[in-house]
Design a protein around this ligand. Structure first.
Ligand SMILES: Cc1cc2nc3c(=O)[nH]c(=O)nc-3n(C[C@H](O)[C@H](O)[C@H](O)COP(=O)(O)O)c2cc1C
Length: 192
Protein backbone atom coordinates (compact mmCIF):
# COMPACT_ATOMS: atom_id res chain seq x y z
CA UNK A 1 0.00 0.00 0.00
CA UNK A 2 1.32 3.50 -0.77
CA UNK A 3 2.01 5.82 2.15
CA UNK A 4 0.45 9.14 1.13
CA UNK A 5 1.83 12.52 2.11
CA UNK A 6 -1.35 14.65 1.83
CA UNK A 7 0.40 17.95 2.61
CA UNK A 8 3.00 17.42 -0.11
CA UNK A 9 0.33 16.29 -2.55
CA UNK A 10 -1.90 19.29 -1.79
CA UNK A 11 1.07 21.59 -2.31
CA UNK A 12 1.87 20.08 -5.69
CA UNK A 13 -1.78 19.98 -6.75
CA UNK A 14 -2.17 23.72 -6.15
CA UNK A 15 1.31 25.07 -6.88
CA UNK A 16 1.65 28.10 -9.09
CA UNK A 17 4.17 30.77 -9.90
CA UNK A 18 3.78 34.32 -8.65
CA UNK A 19 4.66 37.17 -11.01
CA UNK A 20 8.13 38.56 -10.31
CA UNK A 21 7.02 42.06 -11.28
CA UNK A 22 4.84 42.16 -8.13
CA UNK A 23 7.61 41.00 -5.77
CA UNK A 24 8.84 43.26 -3.01
CA UNK A 25 11.33 42.89 -0.18
CA UNK A 26 12.46 41.16 1.82
CA UNK A 27 14.19 38.52 -0.24
CA UNK A 28 15.70 35.37 1.31
CA UNK A 29 19.02 35.78 3.09
CA UNK A 30 21.90 33.49 2.21
CA UNK A 31 21.09 31.35 5.28
CA UNK A 32 17.47 31.08 4.13
CA UNK A 33 18.40 30.40 0.53
CA UNK A 34 20.95 27.65 1.15
CA UNK A 35 18.44 24.97 2.23
CA UNK A 36 16.19 25.98 -0.66
CA UNK A 37 19.08 25.47 -3.09
CA UNK A 38 20.03 22.16 -1.48
CA UNK A 39 16.43 20.94 -1.86
CA UNK A 40 16.30 22.26 -5.43
CA UNK A 41 19.39 20.31 -6.44
CA UNK A 42 17.84 16.96 -5.48
CA UNK A 43 16.88 16.26 -9.05
CA UNK A 44 17.15 13.26 -11.33
CA UNK A 45 20.49 13.40 -13.10
CA UNK A 46 21.30 10.54 -15.47
CA UNK A 47 24.90 9.49 -14.95
CA UNK A 48 25.32 11.72 -11.86
CA UNK A 49 27.00 14.35 -14.04
CA UNK A 50 25.57 17.39 -12.20
CA UNK A 51 25.18 19.07 -15.59
CA UNK A 52 24.16 22.45 -14.24
CA UNK A 53 25.57 25.32 -12.20
CA UNK A 54 23.83 28.15 -10.37
CA UNK A 55 24.59 31.84 -9.90
CA UNK A 56 22.79 33.72 -7.12
CA UNK A 57 22.11 37.32 -8.11
CA UNK A 58 21.40 40.04 -5.57
CA UNK A 59 20.35 43.63 -6.16
CA UNK A 60 23.81 45.00 -7.17
CA UNK A 61 24.23 42.15 -9.67
CA UNK A 62 20.79 42.85 -11.09
CA UNK A 63 21.63 46.53 -11.58
CA UNK A 64 24.82 45.59 -13.44
CA UNK A 65 22.91 43.09 -15.58
CA UNK A 66 20.24 45.67 -16.46
CA UNK A 67 23.00 48.00 -17.73
CA UNK A 68 24.65 45.12 -19.61
CA UNK A 69 21.31 44.20 -21.21
CA UNK A 70 20.84 47.77 -22.40
CA UNK A 71 24.38 47.91 -23.81
CA UNK A 72 23.89 44.57 -25.60
CA UNK A 73 20.52 45.68 -27.04
CA UNK A 74 22.18 48.82 -28.43
CA UNK A 75 25.03 46.72 -29.84
CA UNK A 76 22.41 44.58 -31.61
CA UNK A 77 20.69 47.75 -32.88
CA UNK A 78 17.59 46.81 -30.91
CA UNK A 79 14.68 49.20 -30.54
CA UNK A 80 13.35 50.78 -27.35
CA UNK A 81 11.18 47.72 -26.70
CA UNK A 82 14.18 45.38 -26.85
CA UNK A 83 16.11 47.64 -24.46
CA UNK A 84 13.14 47.80 -22.09
CA UNK A 85 12.54 44.03 -22.21
CA UNK A 86 16.24 43.29 -21.64
CA UNK A 87 16.53 45.72 -18.73
CA UNK A 88 13.17 44.56 -17.38
CA UNK A 89 14.51 41.04 -16.81
CA UNK A 90 16.73 42.48 -14.11
CA UNK A 91 16.11 46.05 -13.07
CA UNK A 92 13.17 45.43 -10.76
CA UNK A 93 14.43 42.26 -9.13
CA UNK A 94 15.89 41.81 -5.65
CA UNK A 95 17.13 38.22 -5.86
CA UNK A 96 17.27 35.61 -8.59
CA UNK A 97 19.04 32.34 -9.25
CA UNK A 98 20.42 31.74 -12.73
CA UNK A 99 20.22 28.04 -13.56
CA UNK A 100 22.80 27.24 -16.22
CA UNK A 101 22.66 24.03 -18.17
CA UNK A 102 26.28 22.84 -18.25
CA UNK A 103 26.25 19.61 -20.24
CA UNK A 104 29.30 17.40 -20.35
CA UNK A 105 30.70 15.57 -23.34
CA UNK A 106 29.72 12.09 -22.16
CA UNK A 107 28.49 10.02 -25.12
CA UNK A 108 26.47 7.65 -22.91
CA UNK A 109 24.24 10.47 -21.63
CA UNK A 110 22.47 12.35 -24.44
CA UNK A 111 22.64 16.14 -24.40
CA UNK A 112 18.82 16.33 -24.25
CA UNK A 113 18.80 14.38 -20.97
CA UNK A 114 21.41 16.67 -19.45
CA UNK A 115 19.35 19.74 -20.46
CA UNK A 116 16.22 18.16 -18.99
CA UNK A 117 18.04 17.78 -15.68
CA UNK A 118 18.72 21.57 -15.68
CA UNK A 119 14.99 22.14 -16.34
CA UNK A 120 14.28 19.85 -13.39
CA UNK A 121 16.47 22.09 -11.22
CA UNK A 122 14.36 25.10 -12.28
CA UNK A 123 10.99 23.56 -11.33
CA UNK A 124 12.48 22.07 -8.19
CA UNK A 125 13.82 25.51 -7.19
CA UNK A 126 10.44 27.07 -7.94
CA UNK A 127 8.75 24.52 -5.71
CA UNK A 128 11.31 24.68 -2.90
CA UNK A 129 11.18 28.49 -2.75
CA UNK A 130 7.36 28.43 -2.84
CA UNK A 131 7.21 25.76 -0.12
CA UNK A 132 9.48 27.96 2.00
CA UNK A 133 6.89 30.76 1.69
CA UNK A 134 8.47 32.93 -1.00
CA UNK A 135 7.11 33.94 -4.38
CA UNK A 136 9.03 32.40 -7.26
CA UNK A 137 8.92 32.92 -11.02
CA UNK A 138 10.91 31.13 -13.78
CA UNK A 139 11.78 33.66 -16.47
CA UNK A 140 14.14 33.88 -19.42
CA UNK A 141 13.73 36.53 -22.14
CA UNK A 142 16.02 37.49 -25.01
CA UNK A 143 19.04 38.03 -22.79
CA UNK A 144 18.89 34.37 -21.74
CA UNK A 145 18.78 33.30 -25.39
CA UNK A 146 21.68 35.51 -26.50
CA UNK A 147 24.85 33.42 -26.28
CA UNK A 148 27.11 36.49 -26.24
CA UNK A 149 25.17 38.10 -23.39
CA UNK A 150 25.27 34.83 -21.43
CA UNK A 151 29.01 34.52 -22.03
CA UNK A 152 29.70 38.06 -20.80
CA UNK A 153 27.20 38.08 -17.97
CA UNK A 154 27.37 34.52 -16.65
CA UNK A 155 30.62 33.17 -18.09
CA UNK A 156 28.78 30.60 -20.25
CA UNK A 157 31.21 28.59 -22.36
CA UNK A 158 30.78 25.92 -25.03
CA UNK A 159 27.42 24.19 -24.77
CA UNK A 160 26.42 26.02 -21.59
CA UNK A 161 23.12 27.91 -21.75
CA UNK A 162 20.70 29.58 -19.38
CA UNK A 163 17.88 27.17 -18.53
CA UNK A 164 16.06 29.74 -16.46
CA UNK A 165 16.36 32.67 -14.13
CA UNK A 166 14.27 31.95 -11.06
CA UNK A 167 13.28 35.18 -9.33
CA UNK A 168 12.49 34.86 -5.63
CA UNK A 169 10.93 37.47 -3.36
CA UNK A 170 8.03 38.45 -1.17
CA UNK A 171 4.96 37.81 -3.32
CA UNK A 172 2.35 40.46 -4.06
CA UNK A 173 -1.38 39.67 -4.23
CA UNK A 174 -1.82 36.01 -5.22
CA UNK A 175 -1.84 35.51 -8.97
CA UNK A 176 -5.22 34.36 -10.30
CA UNK A 177 -5.32 30.68 -11.24
CA UNK A 178 -4.68 30.13 -14.95
CA UNK A 179 -6.34 27.42 -17.02
CA UNK A 180 -4.59 24.10 -16.42
CA UNK A 181 -4.11 21.31 -18.93
CA UNK A 182 -7.07 19.13 -19.79
CA UNK A 183 -6.03 15.55 -18.96
CA UNK A 184 -8.35 14.18 -21.60
CA UNK A 185 -6.48 16.17 -24.28
CA UNK A 186 -2.89 15.43 -23.28
CA UNK A 187 -3.01 11.99 -21.68
CA UNK A 188 -3.50 8.80 -23.65
CA UNK A 189 -4.27 5.75 -21.53
CA UNK A 190 -2.59 2.79 -23.20
CA UNK A 191 -1.28 2.38 -26.72
CA UNK A 192 -3.44 3.34 -29.69
C1 LIG B 1 11.78 28.05 -19.74
C2 LIG B 1 10.72 29.04 -19.36
C3 LIG B 1 10.93 30.40 -19.60
C4 LIG B 1 9.98 31.34 -19.28
N1 LIG B 1 10.23 32.66 -19.53
C5 LIG B 1 9.29 33.57 -19.28
C6 LIG B 1 9.53 34.95 -19.54
O1 LIG B 1 10.61 35.34 -19.96
N2 LIG B 1 8.53 35.82 -19.30
C7 LIG B 1 7.31 35.43 -18.81
O2 LIG B 1 6.44 36.27 -18.61
N3 LIG B 1 7.06 34.13 -18.52
C8 LIG B 1 8.01 33.21 -18.75
N4 LIG B 1 7.78 31.88 -18.45
C9 LIG B 1 6.49 31.50 -17.89
C10 LIG B 1 6.45 31.82 -16.39
O3 LIG B 1 7.33 30.98 -15.67
C11 LIG B 1 5.02 31.68 -15.93
O4 LIG B 1 4.84 32.52 -14.86
C12 LIG B 1 4.65 30.25 -15.60
O5 LIG B 1 4.47 29.52 -16.79
C13 LIG B 1 3.44 30.16 -14.73
O6 LIG B 1 3.15 28.78 -14.56
P1 LIG B 1 2.90 28.09 -13.14
O7 LIG B 1 1.96 28.95 -12.38
O8 LIG B 1 2.37 26.74 -13.47
O9 LIG B 1 4.24 27.97 -12.44
C14 LIG B 1 8.75 30.93 -18.72
C15 LIG B 1 8.53 29.56 -18.47
C16 LIG B 1 9.50 28.63 -18.78
C17 LIG B 1 9.24 27.17 -18.49
Amino acid sequence: MPTPNPAAFAFLAARQSQPAKLFSGPVPSRAELEPILAAALRVPDHGKLEPWRLIVLTRPDMERLAAMAEARALELRGDAEKIEKGRGQFDRGGLAVVVISAPQDVPKIPLAEQKLSAGAVCISLLNAATAAGWGANWLTGWTSHDAEFCARAFGCKGAEAVAGIVHIGTPGPAAPERPRPDLARVVQWGLA
